[in-house]
Design a protein around this ligand. Structure first.
Ligand SMILES: Nc1ncnc2c1ncn2[C@@H]1O[C@H](COP(=O)(O)OP(=O)(O)OP(=O)(O)O)[C@@H](O)[C@H]1O
Ligand SMILES: [Mg+2]
Length: 238
């Protein structure tokens, strides 16, 4: 699914060059659940932006499902994102003035689907992320953090993506609520065979994946398959 070969990312601000990634090489098979971990500033989000086709590498090659996307222009990258990738962020990134259902249905507007089809698909995705139906017409500010993150997961699922990228999805949540989100990600991996890349600086969170990749100063310094994977504790629904 993911093949990064000698990826380098250099940010230039005036005269200053920052090597956010240096020669990162990584492959992830279809249906794997990996986590990427490392200290602040190590290059995790930079790597996720490249894997998620939000940005391109300065040097090196990135193939997604066999297609070399390293040289794609922004429009081509947007097409790939809309058809193949779902994103979940630490701060949810929901539209404040739109209901839960509209937030989830929004990516389908770009796919050109009719409203009734959009709502049908959004409803399916909300069910898949275990979001209770009685809150579908609520606005985001009427929801708890855990519920907002479930909406974000539903939105990430609505295009039926092969790949889900989650950047610190539990970073703004308490441990119990975070566990529910990790349980949802594990279920999407186990039952729906989605490929999941989870970015976190917390070892506890990283251990919910099958494999942990450690990034330090822009390089991958460790890549380990976990023998005893942590299973998220399932609590009562929110
Ligand atoms: N748009 C940018 N312009 C300039 N430098 C950047 C930019 N984005 C990231 N960097 C730099 O690249 C390096 C890696 O940043 P990155 O955001 O990938 O780290 P991170 O591991 O995600 O950190 P955190 O855990 O704090 O989110 C840092 O030194 C950062 O300052
Ligand atoms: Mg980051």
């Amino acid at each position: 699914m993911i093949e990064c070969v000698n990826i380098e990312k250099v940010y230039r601000i005036g005269e200053v060059e920052t090597y956010a990634l240096r020669s990162a090489t990584l492959s992830v098979a279809d249906g794997e659940f990996i986590s990427i971990t490392g200290p602040s500033g190590s290059g995790k989000s930079t790597l996720m932006n490249i894997i998620g086709c939000l940005d391109t590498p300065t040097n090196g090659e990135y193939r997604l499902s066999g297609e070399d996307v390293s040289g794609f222009d922004p429009d081509e990258l947007a097409l790939i994102r809309n058809s193949k990738i779902g994103f979940v962020f630490q701060s949810f990134h929901l539209l404040r003035r739109a209901s839960v259902l509209r937030n989830v249905a929004l990516p389908l507007v770009y796919a050109g689907l009719a409203r009734s089809q959009r709502n049908e698909r959004a409803a399916q995705a909300l069910r898949a992320s275990s979001f209770p139906e009685k809150f579908w017409n609520h606005m985001p500010n009427q929801l708890s953090g855990g519920m907002m993150q479930r909406v974000a997961i539903a939105r990430a699922l609505v295009n039926n993506p092969l790949l889900i990228l989650a950047d610190e999805p539990t970073g703004n949540l308490d441990t119990k609520t975070g566990d529910m989100i990790l349980d949802t990600l594990q279920r999407l991996h186990r039952d729906e065979h989605r490929t999941i890349v989870l970015i976190t600086h917390e070892a506890y969170v990283a251990e919910h994946a099958q494999r942990i990749i450690q990034v330090r100063d822009g390089s991958i310094v460790d890549d380990t398959v976990i023998k005893k994977r942590r299973v998220a504790t399932i609590h009562e629904p929110v």
